[in-house]
Design a protein around this ligand. Structure first.
Ligand SMILES: C[S@@+](CC[C@H](N)C(=O)[O-])C[C@H]1O[C@@H](n2cnc3c(N)ncnc32)[C@H](O)[C@@H]1O
Length: 225
């Protein structure tokens, strides 16, 4: 995607997110992005149409056969498909109905169980029930005012001894960033320790289109409930 197009889409995202925030709706704009795209991934600035390279690398040395896996905010489905290819039983959800429709169309023979759901309104029966959770760029896509709620919602889904993988932009200081995206701070991530999480590894990542931006895949294990 060329620089001009990327800037145009970034502006669209900022304007839409702001418009919805004024109505106290932090997520309604995602559906607008997917429907406006009319099936063209070039209109979705975060759609790479391939799994995240950090997830690919992490999976190279892991056996996830038959693990119960969850992909949060799955977007157009590339990460969920990779996790399923590696043998896990994958559930993937997104709040935007059009993204889920798009996933089902793209991967019509998929073993992934795709569905529409809001991370902040999941059924209680999901709690402490997954072996592996992958979240890429969903925390950072939601504003700081609901960050504690978002992190809690993710943290309570994993079984003890399970693995959580977070792909996110990181920010150095506690200043309020000008999002979306709103990069995540170390202090915000430290909330995970309240739910028994310990950081295992951190793989730094530099997006070729945005080399100056600090990102990482962080692997956590849930040591206890
Ligand atoms: C920046 S995109 C990232 C998509 C994908 N994970 C990726 O890395 O390509 C954020 C995704 O999270 C979804 N999302 C945002 N808030 C959500 C929520 N509360 N529950 C479920 N999905 C959500 C959006 O619809 C969007 O698809």
């Amino acid at each position: 995607m060329n620089e001009e197009k990327l800037n145009e889409l970034r502006q669209k995202v900022q304007n839409l997110a702001l418009e919805y925030q004024k109505k106290e709706d932090f997520t309604g704009w995602f559906e607008v992005m997917y429907t406006d795209a009319l099936g063209n991934p070039e209109e979705i600035p975060w759609a790479k149409m391939q799994p995240h390279p950090c997830l690919e690398n992490w999976l190279k040395t892991k056996d996830i056969t038959n693990k119960k896996a969850l992909v949060i905010g799955c977007g157009l489905g590339d990460d969920s498909e990779l996790v399923a290819e590696k043998g896990a039983n994958v559930t993937a959800f997104d709040i935007a109905p059009s993204s889920i429709e798009w996933c089902k169309k793209r991967f019509n023979n998929s073993s992934v169980n795709y569905f529409v759901a809001d991370l902040l309104k999941l059924d209680n029966s999901w709690k402490n029930s997954f072996d592996l959770i992958f979240e890429s760029r969903t925390i950072q896509a939601l504003p700081l005012s609901i960050r504690r709620e978002v992190i809690e919602a993710i943290a309570t889904l994993l079984k003890p001894k399970g693995t959580l993988l977070v792909v996110t932009r990181l920010r150095e200081i506690e200043d309020i960033p000008d999002g979306p995206p709103w990069p995540v701070s170390e202090e915000e991530l430290s909330q995970l320790s309240e739910y028994g999480y310990e950081e295992i590894t951190r793989i730094p990542y530099s997006d070729p289109n945005n080399p100056s931006i600090k990102q990482a895949l962080i692997e956590y294990q849930r040591k206890r409930l």
